[in-house]
Write a protein that binds this ligand. Sequence first.
Ligand code: PMP
Length: 361
Amino acid sequence: MSRAFNFSAGPATLPEPVLVQVQQELLEWQGERASVMEVSHRGKAFVECAAQSEADLRELMGVSDDFAVLFLQGGATTVSALLPMNLAQSGQTGEYLLTGHWGEKALENAKASVNTHVVASDKANAYRNIPAPGDWRRATDSAYFHYTSNETIHGVEFADVPDVGDTPLIADFSSNFLARPVDVNRFGMIYAGAQKNLGPAGITIAVIRKELLGRHQRQLPPIFEWENQLKNDSMFNTPPTFPWYVTGLVLKWMKAEGGTAAFAQRNAEKASLLYRTIDQSGGFYRNEVAASARSSMNVPFMLQDEALDKAFLKESEQAGLMGLKGHRALGGMRASIYNAMPLPGVQALASFMQDFAVRNG
Ligand code: PMP
């Protein structure tokens, strides 16, 4: 076995016990005499698997019956485009608080179907902080207020849920879903693509306050209408059964490991080790995000001397640390340390970074 510690931003590392279980039941699943990929989504085994994954998710997040839990397709990108169609009435405005690339994308995706308004943006500061509520300009007649809980590229994360008054709050949690306890009742909707903190690419979770569904007046193709997905248990058409099944296994694994509170503790420990390594490197490495906005999931960092980037990447791979190349928009490096990244992985990275700095500083 030569599995590396995988710091990729997504698709990302999955818990090894889950992969082993997938391997064990790949040929024959649940006495079906076939794999999970080869049986009907309407059959008893898969319907039970789907229902169990929803129940586990509800338990892990503390989701009440006031909310629908949908398992959708098309990624977080598609959800960001469908949400104004589903949740806004004509003439209403969608408010957007921008703290990085993915908030910008969500805004662009909304423009075709709702009036949009940027409440505040940290773009001029290269997305290194979260705009203070005192600097927000709110819209009137707002259908919702959208923000990105964790910006995967810029490494900017909200430590707390922003206070937006009575406006339904919508958050893209793609890269910090279930990374810590969150009070779902503060939200109108939470959504997340699975491929970072939850499972394989191909399935997207949406937790939506039921009373927000079906309020829009426009006619939508039935497949885009989330009320239909709710009525059909997210099986209005054939769902991505394999990613759904693996996601269900990850949820079970999370429960066995102590749930979101346990992961919050581990994630804080991993992140503080990594930021300490950067901050105590005497400038060899740097991360310029404001301390209060630093992400516990995605840690971008630059080498003082860019000319060393290639050697850093090559040698880190040789040391069994993969996926550290930064996003092309920022350059440098990025370590994604989602729930499934064990502490020994981050310890190995920190040791490598210290050693590399000593040898090249
Ligand atoms: N939002 C965030 C925070 C992301 O990190 C990503 C993917 N990197 C997306 C949205 C887009 O997700 P998808 O590729 O699933 O559409």
